[in-house]
Design a protein around this ligand. Structure first.
Ligand code: PEP
Length: 252
């Protein structure tokens, strides 16, 4: 049985004062009790990891984990501006996003680089959340499955059975930050496709890997999405900035 996982991605948002209010609001509600068998995480920008990690640790009963939004594919050395997996691990991260479409698009991250980043995350005992997804043009030209299969294929080729310790996030680029959520059926169809592709490699890996949906998830569409058999939770951008919306999605 795959646990439902809900991860908030704050992107380049947050402030020292605002983060404290968010963590206090979410943790105090979570400490009152959350649905069993679920996992929750939040990915603040790098400079806030220490603050948010400390605040989360101090509410030890809240089932909330810390995550990061990216990582270097390098281990250490002359890579100005980069942050290594070892550092993220020292800061108490459980999850690390790799290959978010904003990084693939704006920083030209390739499938090869995304897989190398995921390996770094795995080597340091954390869980990579490997993001894949097609653009609007790719979907409109009937190439959505081909594109996503290509992205997944590279991860399978490089990570092999280490994929069993990873999460995949299907995030159609046309749904990210646009308010145009994929219908539950469109999302389920792609999640099924990804699971079938993983099963071509290894049935056991396929049945273990959580596949999250991301793209304009809100409290009012989360219930239907999360009810789908191959949707194992969500990666939440905009709606995770509001603690009450994030909590409502966590309970969906
Ligand atoms: C994201 O950036 O991962 C995301 C899913 O964003 P949003 O929820 O705002 O569409």
């Amino acid at each position: 049985m795959r646990p439902l996982t809900v991860i908030g991605n704050w992107k380049m948002n947050g402030s020292i004062a605002g983060n404290a209010i968010w963590i206090e609001a979410v943790c105090s509600e979570m400490e009152k009790g959350m649905p069993a068998g679920r996992r929750y995480g939040v990915c603040p920008p790098y400079p806030f990891l220490a603050q948010c990690g400390g605040l989360i640790q101090s509410c030890s009963l809240a089932p909330l984990s810390l995550g990061a939004q990216d990582v270097s594919a390098e281990q250490l050395g002359p890579f100005t501006g980069e942050v290594s997996a070892a550092m993220l691990s020292e800061f108490g991260c459980t999850y690390v996003l790799v290959g978010h479409s904003e990084r693939r698009d704006r920083y030209n991250e390739s499938d090869q680089l995304v897989a190398e980043k995921a390996l770094q995350v795995l080597d340091h005992g954390m869980t990579p959340i490997i993001c894949v997804g097609e653009t609007a043009d790719e979907r409109n030209s009937g190439r959505a499955v081909e594109v996503v299969r290509g992205q997944v294929a590279k991860q399978v080729a490089i990570l092999q059975d280490r994929l069993a310790d990873s999460l995949i996030a299907y995030e159609p680029v046309w749904a990210i930050g646009t308010g145009k959520v994929a219908s539950a059926q469109i999302a389920q169809d792609m999640h099924r496709e990804i699971r079938l592709q993983l099963a071509e490699f290894d049935a056991d890996v396929a049945s273990h890997v959580g596949i999250l949906y991301g793209g304009s998830v809100k409290p009012d569409n989360a219930v239907e999405l999360f009810a789908m058999p191959d949707i194992d939770g969500g990666l939440i951008g905009g709606a995770s900035l509001d603690p009450q919306e994030f909590l409502a999605i966590c309970r969906a």
